[in-house]
Write a protein that binds this ligand. Sequence first.
Ligand SMILES: [Zn+2]
Length: 324
Amino acid sequence: MAQLQTVRGAVEVDDLGPTLMHEHVFVLTTEHVENYGVGTFWDEDERVADAVAKLTELAGKGIRTIVDPTVVGLGRDIPRIQRVAAQVPLHIVVATGVYTYGDLPFAWSQRGPGTMLGGPEPMVGDFTRDLTSGIADTGVKAAFLKCAVEHAPLSPGVERALRAVAQTSVATGAPITVHTSAAEQTGRIAVDVLREEGVDLTKVVLGHAGDSNDLDYLMALADTGAILGMDRFGVDVYNPTADRVATIAALAARGYDDRMVLSHDASCWIDWFGPDLRALQAAMTPNWHYGHISDDVLPALREAGLTDEQLDQLLVVTPRRYFS
Ligand SMILES: [Zn+2]
C-alpha cells in the first residue's frame, strides 16, 4: 500500500478520502508580514484560530484531506501549518517548489545554470530535500511539486522553475501541480516542457484548467494523460459556478471523468487584498470559501447528470491515484 506524507506524518493513500486538491491555508508575502503586519494587521494566534475553525467546519462537511500548494513565493511557513494541522480533523498535504510569474527569487536566480559560476540547478537540490528529508528542521516532508506558468512565452525564470520541478519529479517520482492560465492557454506550454523532461503526465495536475470552458483546449490537455484542475470554484469573476459545472459534465460525458479534480483555490487569509479590496472581493465572489463544493457544487454536478461513482472518482479515486 502506497503512503504519502502529510503535515502530521505519513498516511496510507487509502486514508485520503474526499480530497480538495488545491486549497491554501495562508497566502502571505512573508517579508511584508514580518516587517509591516506584526503589530498591525497580522495576529498569529488569531489567524491560526481562524484557520482551525474554518478547516474544522470543512471536515464536518465530509472532506478528509486538503492539498496545499503554498510554496516559496506564496509564504510557505510549515511551523504555522503544523500548529493548524495539530488542531484539525483532516489531513493537510504540503508542497515544494516556487511560485513566480516572471523572475526567480535571487537566492536561486543568482546561482546555478546561466550564472557566472554555473553549476547544477540549486532548486532541484532544495526541492528534493523537502521531499525526501523534510522541510527545514520541521520533520514535515512535502508530497508534491508546484510551480506556475501564468504567461506565454516562458520567461527564463519560469522556464528554470518548470524544468527544475520536472527534473525533481523524474528523480523522486513526486507528482506535480502547475498553476496555468486558461486565458493564455499556458497548460499547453506546461505539458510540452514537462513531457520533454520525461515527466509522467498522469502525475500532473494542470491547475486552474477549470477557468476555461473551451472543450477543445481541455480535451487536448486531458488527452496527454494529465489531470485537469477544476479548482477555482467560487471564483466567479473568472468563470461562474454554473459554467464550471456544465464544463465538468460535458467532459465527464466524453469519458474524461478520471482526469479531473475539484477545489476552490481558497484560503483562510490572503494578503494580496487590502481591506477595501477584501470587502469588494467578498461581495463579488461570495462563494469563494472551502464549503462551496460540498454545499453547492456536488448537488449541481449530480443535477447535471454525474453519478455518485463519478463524484467519488473526482474527489477520492483520482487524488489517490495521483499520490500513489
Ligand atoms: Zn492556488
